[in-house]
Design a protein around this ligand. Sequence first.
Ligand SMILES: C[S@@+](CC[C@H](N)C(=O)[O-])C[C@H]1O[C@@H](n2cnc3c(N)ncnc32)[C@H](O)[C@@H]1O
Length: 352
Amino acid sequence: MNTEAAALWSSEPGLTQRVAFERDVVAGLSSEAKTLPSKYFYDTAGSVLFESITGLQEYYVTRSEIGILSDFGRAIGGVLPSKCALVEFGSGSSRKLRVLLRTASSIEAYVPVDISADFLWADVVKLRRDFPRLAVYPLVRDFTMPFHLPQAISSLTRVGFFPGSTIGNLEPSQAGNLLRHFGGLLGKEAILIVGVDLVKDPQTLTNAYDDARGITARFNLNLLKRINRELDGNFDLGKFQHLAFFNAQQSRVEMHLVSKCRQDIRAAGHVFRFDAGESIHTEDSYKYTVESFQRLAGKNGWSPLRVWTDGLYSVHALALRSSCHVVTRSTAATDGESYESADGYYVPRPAW
Ligand SMILES: C[S@@+](CC[C@H](N)C(=O)[O-])C[C@H]1O[C@@H](n2cnc3c(N)ncnc32)[C@H](O)[C@@H]1O
């Protein structure tokens, strides 16, 4: 790892992640309808389980997206600026970057941003081995929070890359805020390539999140294991059941962990009461049409450029509207609700 990347790597305050996890778990399990944020699925075991999910027959999402990125690779490469830095939000195994690199020769630097620190680091070692000419600057960050991009890419036009249908994990108004946040972070002339899962028949959708081999169930239950390990919890995994279904009204697949009996659970120094049949809502995966996603992007600073689809899944190329990345320093500096983006501009802090 070069020195700059090493500095970025070690600057992540591990304690803060732990404190945020505790705060969110206590708040989520104390609320009347219990919830846990899906970003906490991704400890190292969760990231490995997610990789197994991507190979499942039922999980068409990864297959479709890789198919689109391969089949339309030249066209996708064609919308990228010359000499660009690709910033992947929630990079996981960076598998899709590898597909893009086959046709997109203008990518000079890669900034994988992920919350799953050890998994990211292992991936970066492989990327540096396989692509020695690509400059790689990993960032362990929660991409929903304000952060800075590495100075080393400041001379390159920024391309955001947000595959994996991760945008679907946010409720649409939050997804809109995230698109604005990415605009502020990436700066002028930015392009965003985003993978968006499409509405389809409920059975195909449900199966994708409830596979016959039970890998998605293990992925979901791993969150309780993580709470046991990191927050001194005593969840008995055998007493919770994985549940996934399509909520047509909200256009989302929901994942839950359902208590099989009345039980009291201790975690982070608190006791949480569960009735039999009571659930913890652990993930949403919103499904869009091409048009509904383009509308969302359009309302949040991005103009649709191109879209590629195989009928199941879509990959959108969006261009940042020039009015949407600059808020002048003098205006923003006085409002206390802003932060500085990598290129020195202030952008409004999203209201999460
Ligand atoms: C659905 S996976 C997608 C992985 C990869 N991009 C792909 O397309 O296969 C989501 C990834 O985003 C990461 N992630 C989820 N929420 C995050 C957050 N708030 N901040 C940073 N990374 C996050 C997870 O660790 C995981 O690697």
